[in-house]
Design a protein around this ligand. Structure first.
Ligand code: HEC
Length: 112
């Protein structure tokens, strides 16, 4: 193995480990967002949805066959609508966390 080949190998190895670490951090960050979103949702959203659905379980809103949100954009829109119309005072990053939670647990859209 000549020197430049060795160097390339090292570079690839270094780049590869950055990729793995970066990936793990991104997954962690997403899990943290989902957990924050879950707490916010329980605090601000679940009770009203449970009452409005009349079933005592607010999650049916997200799972019904005629649900309003059928892609990620619409889900962001519905979260923003409930947040602003009802003056729930979520910051944009809170909204994003709630969207992450709803997406992961209920909507599970295939692509953005
Ligand atoms: C005071 C009552 C109330 C509160 C609080 C509330 N919502 Fe809603 N939300 C509703 C109602 C009513 C609907 C159904 C609207 C419809 O069917 O047109 C709804 C629908 C939704 C939907 C669409 C569901 C679907 O059909 O796909 C989402 C998403 C949603 N809300 C998110 C939230 C989030 C996130 C929060 C908390 C930050 C929240 N809502 C707080 C009343 C509320």
């Amino acid at each position: 193995m000549n020197k430049s080949c060795f160097q390339r190998g090292v570079n690839t190895l270094i780049a590869g480990s950055f990729f793995v670490v970066g990936y793990a951090l991104a997954a962690d960050a997403n899990q943290a967002a989902v957990s924050r979103g879950q707490a916010l949702h329980a605090d601000k959203c679940a009770t009203c949805h449970a009452e409005k659905s009349g079933l005592g379980d607010g999650n049916v809103l997200y799972l019904r066959s005629d649900k309003k949100a059928t892609n990620l954009k619409q889900l962001e829109g519905m979260v923003a609508r409930c947040n602003s119309e009802l003056r729930l005072d979520l910051f944009p990053e809170d909204e994003a966390d709630v969207v992450a939670f709803l997406h992961k647990n209920f909507y599970k859209f295939k692509k953005h």
